[in-house]
Design a protein around this ligand. Structure first.
Ligand SMILES: [Zn+2]
Length: 135
C-alpha cells in the first residue's frame, strides 16, 4: 500500500484545527518532499458547513505560494467529516482535483481519527498514514 509520512507535530496540529472547528468541516493542505510531509497549512472552509468544504480561494492561493516558495510540493489535502463517514463522500470523489493524498478526519467512539485515500478517475484507494519522529 502507498504511504504518506507525517510527524506527530503535524498530526496534532491538524487534529487541533479539526477539533476547534467542529461541528463545521475543517480543511487544509500538506506539503513536503518524497512522500514526507513537512508543512501543514490550515485553510478556511468558505462554506462554513458541517457537511461540505471549499477552500477559501485567496487563502488557498496564498498557501500554494508558500508551498512553492519553500521548494516543497503539495502532498495532501485534508478535511474533516464531523458527522462521518471515515471515507470520501460521493462529492469528495466527484470534486477531487489534485493527484495527492486525501486525508479524512472522522470521529469514532468520541475520538478523532484520520485515514488517507487516493482518488483517481472516480476510484478510491487507501493510503497508509505513517507517523514518524517527534516534531
Ligand atoms: Zn468530505
Amino acid at each position: 500500500m502507498e504511504s504518506l509520512s507525517l510527524t506527530l507535530g503535524i498530526w496534532r496540529a491538524m487534529r487541533r484545527q479539526v477539533v476547534r472547528l467542529a461541528p463545521l468541516e475543517a480543511c487544509g493542505l500538506l506539503a513536503g518532499m518524497n512522500g514526507r510531509v513537512e508543512l501543514r497549512i490550515g485553510v478556511r472552509n468558505a462554506d462554513q458547513s458541517p457537511a461540505r468544504f471549499h477552500m477559501e480561494p485567496l487563502e488557498q492561493w496564498r498557501a500554494f505560494q508558500r508551498i512553492e516558495s519553500a521548494g516543497l510540493e503539495l502532498l495532501g489535502i485534508y478535511h474533516s467529516h464531523p458527522r462521518g463517514p471515515d471515507r470520501p463522500s460521493p462529492t469528495d470523489i466527484a470534486e477531487a482535483m489534485y493527484p495527492v493524498v486525501q486525508i479524512i478526519w472522522y470521529r469514532q467512539d468520541g475520538k478523532w481519527r484520520a485515514r488517507g485515500y487516493r482518488i483517481e478517475a472516480g476510484r478510491v484507494g487507501e493510503v497508509a498514514l505513517e507517523l514518524v519522529g517527534n516534531e
